[in-house]
Ligand binder design. Structure first.
Ligand code: FES
Ligand SMILES: [Fe+2]
Length: 330
């Protein structure tokens, strides 16, 4: 039987059907309904709670030895809202609140209330549970889903697709940094390759290399865009560059050149607080030659553009207010 348009419109999604990031409204991107990286797993300390802030929400990241998994909770105890990140992982492998010692399992269930009278069942109340957020590990990053938890398994995790498709042979440099500007400003700056010759004159650019830069957009929509720079960087000396933006926070440039092989410049811009973000920059590359050990020292300098702190400091020119530059005589 053929469904009428009205029936199609109200047909509920099966629970496992894929969902696009950003929520159902075609005109609005809901930032909570997306996966975000919060840490390189190798940087996390398994012995104590770790702290992170995502979309203004304070979180605690901790290793659950019983479930052998990383857990992410809202950083507030359900009892008196003390920050759980100030607590500890106790001998029973529970996340223990520093204030009155309530202990939580990996699912957020309260397992211990030291002050509970023998005849009380307070521990079984849903109000005694910590709030756990969905997590997943991909490509060495711990990702968290701050939106509706039941949506999480249906929403694609933003990973580096070229690395996923051909996992062999990559060398990957990783870095991160907290920045005093918002995620969209960072993404716009990464996309805007035309600033490099001027902003980064003498670090990774040269003013005389400024040239028309044309991005042909191949696909675009609420979930991001893909485009190609036919001429690529350095006035076309390196070849064509492809750029992918996966909304809301992942962008990568993909360049294959005779000189350096295939190089990706990957940026995750993670909104932490208003006007602030955490940058995760990753530089997967495959050498053109089969002598990677010898060639590591020849990594092109522009490849480390984003990871290089000096280069990031160049980019802070847009934060000098007119008042500040007048005071400094600029
Ligand atoms: S505030 Fe956490 S146990 Fe009391
Ligand atoms: Fe820059």
């Amino acid at each position: 039987m053929i469904a009428t348009p009205a029936e199609i419109a109200i047909a509920p999604h099966p629970p496992s059907a894929p969902m696009a990031a950003g929520g159902a409204d075609p005109h609005r991107f809901d930032w909570a309904e997306a996966w975000y990286p919060v840490a390189y797993v190798e940087d996390l300390d398994k012995r104590q709670p770790n702290r992170f802030t995502l979309l203004e929400q304070d979180l605690v990241i901790w290793w659950d030895p019983n479930g052998a998994a990383w857990r992410v909770f809202q950083d507030k105890c359900p009892h008196r809202l003390a920050p759980l990140s100030e607590g500890r992982i106790n001998a029973a492998g529970l996340l223990e609140c520093p204030y009155h010692g309530w202990g939580f399992s990996g699912s957020g269930t309260c397992e211990v209330i030291p002050q509970q009278p023998a005849d009380s069942q307070a521990i079984a109340s849903p109000r005694a549970c910590a709030t756990a957020l969905p997590t997943t590990l991909r490509q060495g990053l711990l990702f968290v889903y701050p939106g509706q938890p039941e949506h999480a398994p249906r929403v694609t995790v933003p990973i580096i697709e070229p690395v996923e498709q051909e996992p062999e042979g990559w060398v990957m440099l990783n870095t991160f940094r907290d920045l005093p500007y918002d995620a969209l400003t960072l993404l716009e700056n990464v996309l805007d390759a035309s600033h490099i010759p001027y902003t980064h004159h003498k670090t990774v650019g040269k003013r005389e290399n400024a040239a028309p830069m044309v991005l042909e957009v191949l696909t675009a929509g609420k979930q991001g865009f893909q485009g190609v720079w036919p001429e690529g960087p350095r006035k076309g000396k390196l070849g064509t560059q492809h750029t992918h933006f996966v909304a809301p926070g992942l962008m990568y440039h993909d360049l294959t050149s005779k000189q350096f092989g295939r190089t990706l410049t990957v940026v995750y811009a993670v909104p932490t607080r208003k006007g602030e973000c955490r940058l995760f920059a990753r530089f997967p590359f495959k050498f053109a030659s089969k002598l990677p050990g010898l060639l590591i020292g020849l990594t092109p300098r522009w490849l480390s553009h984003i990871g290089n702190n000096r280069v990031l400091e160049d980019d802070q020119i847009f934060f000098i207010s007119p008042g500040a530059s007048a005071r400094s005589g600029g």
